[in-house]
Design a protein around this ligand. Structure first.
Ligand SMILES: Nc1ncnc2c1ncn2[C@@H]1O[C@H](COP(=O)(O)OP(=O)(O)O)[C@@H](O)[C@H]1O
Ligand SMILES: [Mg+2]
Length: 434
C-alpha cells in the first residue's frame, strides 16, 4: 500500500465487504468451539480482489467471538499478533487475513478436525504423536524477541514457579472468585474446597527453572486439523487465541489432559516430547520433567474444576430431563475425581453422583428464580466476562430474553419436578471443603 491514507481506505473497504459477507451466514457452514462462531464461506469477488486472492470462491473463516466465561488468562489481545509470528515460522497455520478488532477473517485450511478423524478415546497413533512432539519443539525454537510484547510484570524466562503462581492467581481471582456470586453455592455443594487453589499451591514444591517459550496451551483434538499433505497428511494446529509465553511444561500438561490420551499414548507422547526438545537444543526445557509435569498436570485438573462445573450447569436446558442431569453430574464427578489427588481429598470427601445431581438441580432452580428477580442478570454476566468458558447456553442465554415472571415460576416448578424424579429426597450436601 503506497501511503497511510491508501492503507486506511483499503482497510475500510475490506471491512465493509467483509461485514456484508458476514451478514450472509446462510452461504456458509458454521462451526463453533467454546470461544468463537466460525462461518466458513467463499470470500466473494470484491474481497478476493482487495485481499489479492485468486478467486471469490476461495473459502475463508469469518471468526466472531462468542460471549463466554473467562477461564484462562489471555496474554495477547489479538490472535492475529500470534498468528503472524507463528505463520512466519510454522507455515502450516491459518493466516489472519484481516483483524477488525471485534472479529477477524482467517484463511481456511481444507481439512478435518482430528476429533472427527479419530474418535474420543481412540489412539491417534505413533506418527501423529511424533508430528505433535515436533510441533512443540518448533514452538520452542521461536525466539522471545519476535513475540508480541508481554506486560512488564509477566514472569520472566526461567521463573517457572512465578509462572505457575500467575496461572493459579488467575484461576482463584478471575475464575473462582469472579464467578462465586452466581456459582459459589454450586461449587460448595459439589464439594470443591473453598480454598482449593491455595491448598494446591501450598502443596507443590518450588518448580525448577526452565527457559520460557511460546505456548499454545490448548492443543486438543478439535484444535488440530488433518489436512492433505505430501506423505498422506499434515497436522495443523489452529485456534491460537489462548497462547502464552511461559514454561513449556504447561503446554505439554494441557495437551496431555485435553487430548484424552490413554495411559500408553500419554507415556509415548511424554517421551517423544522430551526427545524432540533435546534433539532441537532445548534440553534445558526438560529439566525435572517427571516431577514438574506432575505439578502442572495437577494444576490442570484443579483449574478445570471451575469451568467443568460451570459448563455442566450452564448446559442444562431450561427444563432438564433426567438424562441431562445425569450427564451433567457425571461430568462434575469426573472433574472432582481428577482434582482429588492434587487437592489431597480422600474418597470420603467426594460426593456421590446422586448428591451432585441434587446440587445441580438446586442451583438450576435458584438460578432461574434469581434471573426472574434480576431479569438483566444474564446480560450483566455477559458484559462482565468476555470471553468465557463457552457459549452462554441454556439458562444463561435465556437470560437475554425478556422473561415473564409467570413463565419462569412455571419453569422453576418443572425443574423441581425433574429433581424429584432424578434423585431421592434431599440430604445435606456432602464433601464441602474446609
Ligand atoms: N479449517 C478448518 N477445517 C475444518 N474444521 C475447522 C476448520 N477451522 C475450524 N474448524 C472446526 O471448527 C471448530 C472451531 O474452530 P476454532 O478455530 O477452534 O474456534 P474456537 O475458538 O471457537 O474453538 C474447530 O474445533 C474445528 O472442529
Ligand atoms: Mg477451538
Amino acid at each position: 500500500m503506497s501511503s497511510p491514507l491508501h492503507r486506511r481506505a483499503h482497510q475500510s473497504l475490506v471491512r465493509r465487504f467483509a461485514e456484508a459477507r458476514r451478514r450472509s451466514p446462510q452461504d456458509g457452514e458454521t462451526v463453533s468451539g467454546h470461544h468463537n462462531s466460525n462461518v466458513i464461506m467463499p470470500v466473494g469477488r470484491p474481497l478476493a480482489l482487495l485481499l489479492g486472492m485468486p478467486s471469490g470462491e476461495v473459502l475463508a473463516k469469518f471468526r466472531t467471538p462468542l460471549p463466554a466465561i473467562e477461564v484462562v488468562p489471555r496474554l495477547w489481545r489479538h490472535e492475529s499478533q500470534v498468528l503472524r509470528v507463528v505463520g512466519e515460522r510454522l507455515s502450516e497455520v491459518p493466516k489472519c487475513l484481516a483483524d477488525f478488532g471485534d472479529w477477524s477473517l482467517h484463511s481456511y485450511l481444507t481439512g478435518r478436525a482430528l476429533a472427527d478423524v479419530v474418535r474420543e478415546g481412540e489412539r491417534i497413533g505413533r506418527r501423529r504423536l511424533s508430528v505433535l512432539a515436533d510441533f512443540f519443539a518448533r514452538l520452542a525454537d521461536i525466539p522471545e524477541s519476535v513475540l508480541p510484547p508481554v506486560p512488564a510484570d509477566w514472569p520472566g524466562s526461567g521463573d517457572s514457579h512465578g509462572f505457575l503462581g500467575r496461572l493459579a492467581q488467575f484461576t482463584e481471582q478471575r475464575v473462582h472468585q469472579s464467578n462465586r456470586p452466581r456459582f459459589g453455592s454450586l461449587f460448595d455443594a459439589v464439594g470443591i474446597p473453598s480454598d482449593a487453589v491455595d491448598r494446591y499451591r501450598d502443596s507443590v514444591q518450588t518448580l525448577a527453572a526452565r527457559p520460557f517459550a511460546l505456548l499454545h496451551t490448548d492443543v486438543h483434538r478439535s484444535n488440530v486439523l488433518v489436512t492433505p499433505g505430501r506423505d498422506g497428511e499434515n497436522l495443523v494446529v489452529i485456534d491460537w487465541e489462548l497462547a502464552l509465553y511461559g514454561d513449556p511444561l504447561h503446554d505439554l500438561a494441557t495437551h496431555l489432559v485435553r487430548m484424552e490420551y490413554d495411559s500408553k499414548e500419554r507415556g509415548v507422547m511424554i517421551g517423544m516430547w522430551a526427545s524432540a526438545m533435546r534433539r532441537t537444543g532445548h534440553a534445558d526445557m526438560t529439566v525435572e520433567l517427571k516431577r514438574d509435569l506432575r505439578t502442572y498436570l495437577g494444576f490442570e485438573y484443579v483449574q478445570s474444576l471451575y469451568p467443568d462445573v460451570m459448563r455442566a450447569a450452564l448446559e442444562l436446558p431450561d427444563e432438564p430431563a433426567r438424562r441431562h442431569v445425569v450427564r451433567a453430574a457425571e461430568r462434575v464427578c469426573r472433574a472432582l475425581r481428577r482434582a482429588s489427588g492434587p487437592l489431597g481429598l480422600g474418597p470420603d470427601r467426594l460426593p456421590q453422583e446422586r448428591e451432585v445431581r441434587e446440587a445441580l438441580l438446586d442451583w438450576h432452580a435458584k438460578d432461574m428464580i434469581r434471573r426472574m428477580e434480576w431479569p438483566d442478570a444474564g446480560e450483566e454476566a455477559e458484559r462482565l466476562e468476555t470471553p468465557v468458558v463457552g457459549p452462554l447456553v441454556g439458562p444463561v442465554a435465556a437470560g437475554r430474553e425478556r422473561w415473564d415472571r409467570a413463565r419462569l415460576v412455571e419453569r422453576a416448578r418443572r425443574s423441581e419436578n425433574a429433581r424429584s424424579t432424578a434423585a431421592p429426597a434431599h440430604r445435606e450436601p456432602t464433601g464441602v471443603g474446609s
